[in-house]
Design a protein around this ligand. Structure first.
Ligand SMILES: *Cc1c(COP(=O)(O)O)cnc(C)c1O
Length: 421
């Protein structure tokens, strides 16, 4: 039976829990920067599955790694060794410059893992009294959807009626060094968990100095600097990691003075190029050694498919120079958006770094204008999604060419100029 977009949306409506509110488009196929709906209409993907598909849809090298490994060995659990995990762990440690990696699957699991490690480190290494450890987080944060993580969210949709909540978190305003300084006066603080740019909060981009200063403060106070790079990492913001600062070398390299090395680095999303759920926490031995056999784990974490897929996905980032490319194309994109802002009062601002950007729509936060613009963009062949408060995130796959970007800018321009509130 041939399915139409309408009938497929009906199926999801009828049989799926209503925990998302998707844009009305049903995707069937993807290649590079493009996706096609079931009727065959072609779109530019300007969301990249929340920055999971940085390497482009169905990248042949990554899909190749997946299918080859899937034919050979898929899952052993960690009850046994497998022939790919060690190689992957070495590759990850060398690429990101850490002693060790702890492999998980989803981003939220990796954040949970980092929280557990930070607490255990606090009690066993820092000498904080058991159960007194505090992790400082930021207002507007998004770190995933588990019970503990939503306990320190300030998004009421994410939180309301899911209590009782996990305690041990203190929230400070984002991009506020003075507030961090004050929060870290408390000797029970074991970690500072932060997104280098707050993606879900609307690509909330801090002062250039914020991350470096935060990392420095954490070092001074013997607090773990925990960088959630699930969305900002893997070349999205124009360097391998957002904490790399201005370096575009495609690895993390400690030679760079702009590099703020996290004590706990949290990765997910584009670590697999959107092909498979792969996440990771990286740390040096002084931190990672608090985890001993039986104290943490995951049936699928570190499986051989994940190992092969992640190595291929990172190879693509390096081989295709996606970090410097994202930096250049991102600057070009913001320049073009600023031209548009000069000509219409529908958009007030563009912000972001590399190819993680957003435009702020000139309307009240609870109006549907950003959503309506996204529906119009879809009709014109470009897919993007609003974030909180009338903001539209623009995050295409990093493999986009300048010519394709010009086409996308033309679609955005046309849509905004035709749009009637
Ligand atoms: C998406 C995201 C997560 C959660 O990842 P999931 O794979 O959806 O669990 C965590 N942190 C940040 C910054 C994210 O963008």
């Amino acid at each position: 039976m041939a399915h139409t977009s309408a009938s497929l949306m009906e199926l999801e409506e009828r049989y799926g829990a209503h925990n998302y509110h998707p844009l009305p488009v049903v995707l069937d196929r993807g290649e590079g920067v493009h996706v096609w709906d079931v009727e065959g209409k072609k779109y530019y993907d300007f969301l990249s599955a929340y920055s999971a598909v940085n390497q482009g849809h169905c990248h042949p090298k990554i899909v190749g790694a997946l299918t080859e490994q899937a034919k050979k060995l898929t899952l052993t659990s960690r009850a046994f060794y497998n022939s790919k995990l060690g190689e992957y762990e070495k590759y990850m440690s060398e690429t990101f410059g850490f002693d060790k990696i702890l492999p998980m699957n989803s981003g939220a699991e990796a954040v949970e893992t980092a929280i557990k490690i930070a607490r255990k480190w606090g009690y066993e290494k820092k000498g904080v009294a058991e159960n007194a450890g505090i992790i400082v987080v930021c207002e507007g944060n998004f770190h995933g959807r588990t019970t503990t993580i939503i306990s320190f969210s300030d998004d009421q949709d994410a939180r309301a009626n899911f209590g009782p909540y996990t305690s041990g978190f203190v929230s400070i305003p984002y991009n506020d060094i003075a507030a961090l300084n004050f929060a870290l006066m408390n000797e029970n603080v074991v970690g500072f968990l932060v997104e280098p740019i707050q993606g879900e909060a609307g690509v909330n981009t801090p002062a250039d100095t914020f991350i470096a200063q935060a990392a420095e403060l954490c070092k001074e106070r013997n607090v773990l600097f925990m960088a959630d790079e699930v969305q900002t990492g893997i070349a999205r913001t124009g360097s391998m990691l957002a904490v790399c600062g201005n370096c575009t070398c495609g690895n993390t390299c400690e030679r760079q003075s702009t590099y703020s090395k996290p004590d706990l680095l949290i990765l997910g999303k584009a670590l697999s190029g959107g092909v498979y759920p792969v996440s990771a926490v990286l740390a040096d031995d002084t931190v990672m050694e608090v985890i001993k056999p039986g104290q943490h784990g995951s049936t699928f974490g570190g499986n051989p498919i994940a190992a092969e897929v992640a190595m291929a996905a990172l190879e693509v980032v390096k081989e295709e120079g996606l970090a410097p490319h994202a930096r250049e194309l991102g600057a070009y994109f913001r320049e073009k958006m600023n031209d548009i802002i000069g000509e219409t009062d529908l958009v007030t601002k563009v912000r972001g770094k590399g190819l993680l950007n957003a435009i702020i729509i000139n309307d009240t936060p609870d109006s549907s204008t950003a959503w309506d613009i996204c529906v119009a963009l879809k009709d014109n062949g470009l897919l993007a999604k609003p974030t909180h408060g009338n903001i539209i995130r623009f995050a295409p796959p990093l493999v986009m060419t300048k010519e394709q970007m010009d086409e996308c800018v033309a679609i955005i321009r046309k849509t905004l100029f035709e749009f009637r509130k």
